[in-house]
Design a protein around this ligand. Structure first.
Ligand code: TRP
Length: 340
C-alpha cells in the first residue's frame, strides 16, 4: 500500500467554533480524513491573548477539541496536535525565518489587516495594542506548521490563502537551495470560503459578536437568526437574496432546496416577510446543529477521552516533527560537531 498523502491544518485556540469555521473548513476536514493522513493543529503559539488572558487560551484548547469531535473528526484515524507540545515548530520557524523576506510578510494582506485592527480597533473604546514581535512572526510559524509534517494539502478558509502562498514560496526556496525536503502544499477552500456574520459584516467572527456557534443551544440559535441583519425596510419591498444574510445561510445550511427557492422567489417579489424566512432558517440550522450538539455533550461528559485524543495526537505530531527536523538538519548541514 502506498502511504497516504498528508494534510496539515489548524485553528488558533481563541474560543468555541462557529458556522463560518464549519462551512469554510471543518466540513472539508471531516470529508478528507479517511483519504489523507491528517494533522489537526491547535495553534497555541499563535494566540495574541497571552499577554492578557492565558486562562482563556487554556479553556479554548478544550473548546476546540470538543467542537472537532462534535463535527466528526476522528482522533483514532487523525492526529489532534497541540502546537506547543511539539516545540520543533519553534525551531523550524527559526530556521525558515532566514528564507522569508520581510517584504513578503509586509505584503501579506491577512497579516496587514490583523495588525491594522490591533493598532486601530473598530470599537473606539477598545484598547489600542502595539503589535508584538510574536504576532508579526506568526505567519512564519504557520509556514513551519504546514511544512513540519511535509503536508500536501491544507484545507482552510480564504483568509488563510496568503499564508499558504508564503509556505509554497518557502518550500520552493528551501528545496532549491538545499535539498528536496518539502512538498509544495496546495490550499483547498471550503464550500463557503467566507461566511457572512449575522450582522451582515463580511465575515463571521467571534470578536465581532456576529457568530452562531456550533455549541449554541436551539434557543440561542433562534434568537440570533431572528435578530439577523436584513437589508430590506418593509416586507412588501422586493428584496435581493444575494445580499441578504438569512438567504446566504439558507444556501449554506438548508438542505431543502425547494423551500429555499420558493422563499427566494417570493422575497424577490416582496411577497414574503423576513420573519418567515428567518423562522424557516432557524429550523434548518437547528436541525443541522442538533446532532453536533448531542455529540459534543457526550464527549464533554468524557473529558478523559478528549485529553487522550490531544495527548496521543501530540505524540504523533512530535514523531513526524523529529523525522522532519532530521531531514532539515541534514539538508542545512548542521552537524557541526560531527566534523572532528
Ligand atoms: N492561522 C490560522 C487561523 O487563524 C490557524 C493556523 C495555524 C493554521 N497554523 C495553521 C491553519 C496551519 C492552517 C495551517 O485560523
Amino acid at each position: 500500500m502506498t502511504e497516504r498523502k498528508r494534510i496539515l491544518t489548524g485553528i488558533r485556540p481563541t474560543g468555541a467554533l462557529h458556522l463560518g469555521h464549519y462551512a469554510g473548513a471543518l466540513e472539508n476536514w471531516v470529508r478528507l480524513q479517511k483519504e489523507y493522513n491528517c494533522y489537526f493543529l491547535i495553534a497555541d503559539y499563535q494566540v495574541s491573548d497571552y499577554a492578557d488572558d492565558i486562562t482563556r487560551v487554556r479553556e479554548a484548547v478544550w473548546e476546540v477539541a470538543l467542537d472537532w469531535l462534535a463535527v466528526g473528526l476522528d482522533p483514532e484515524g487523525s492526529h489532534f496536535v497541540i502546537e506547543s507540545l511539539v516545540p520543533e515548530h519553534a525551531e523550524l520557524a527559526t530556521w525558515l525565518g532566514w528564507f522569508l523576506p520581510v517584504a513578503m510578510l509586509e505584503r501579506n494582506p491577512t497579516l496587514k489587516a490583523e495588525m491594522e485592527a490591533m493598532e486601530n480597533p473598530d470599537d473606539p473604546n477598545a484598547e489600542r495594542k502595539s503589535v508584538p514581535v510574536a504576532f508579526y512572526n506568526y505567519p512564519v510559524m504557520q509556514v513551519a506548521n504546514i511544512l513540519m509534517p511535509r503536508a500536501h494539502l491544507v484545507p482552510v478558509g480564504d483568509d488563510q490563502l496568503p499564508h499558504i502562498e508564503l509556505t509554497r514560496e518557502t518550500a520552493r526556496r528551501f528545496n532549491h537551495r538545499f535539498k528536496e525536503v518539502f512538498p509544495e502544499p496546495e490550499a483547498l477552500l471550503g464550500r463557503v470560503p467566507r461566511l457572512v456574520g449575522t450582522d451582515g459584516n463580511a465575515k463571521m467572527s467571534k470578536s465581532k459578536s456576529n457568530a452562531i456557534f456550533l455549541k449554541d443551544d436551539a434557543k440561542t440559535v433562534t434568537q440570533s437568526v431572528m435578530s439577523m441583519y436584513t437589508p430590506r425596510m418593509n416586507r412588501t419591498d422586493p428584496g435581493d437574496p444575494e445580499i441578504t444574510p438569512a438567504f446566504m445561510y439558507h444556501d449554506a445550511f438548508n438542505p431543502n432546496r425547494d423551500e429555499v427557492e420558493d422563499l427566494k422567489e417570493r422575497y424577490r417579489k416582496g411577497a414574503v416577510g423576513d420573519v418567515e424566512v428567518k423562522q424557516k432558517l432557524a429550523v434548518a440550522l437547528n436541525t443541522f446543529l442538533e446532532p453536533i450538539r448531542d455529540r459534543r455533550a457526550q464527549y464533554a461528559s468524557n473529558m478523559r477521552y478528549v485529553r487522550e485524543a490531544l495527548e496521543h495526537g501530540s505524540i504523533r505530531g512530535r514523531a513526524i516533527a523529529r523525522e522532519t527536523m532530521e531531514m532539515v538538519r541534514d539538508a542545512l548541514d548542521l552537524n557541526y560537531l560531527g566534523k572532528y
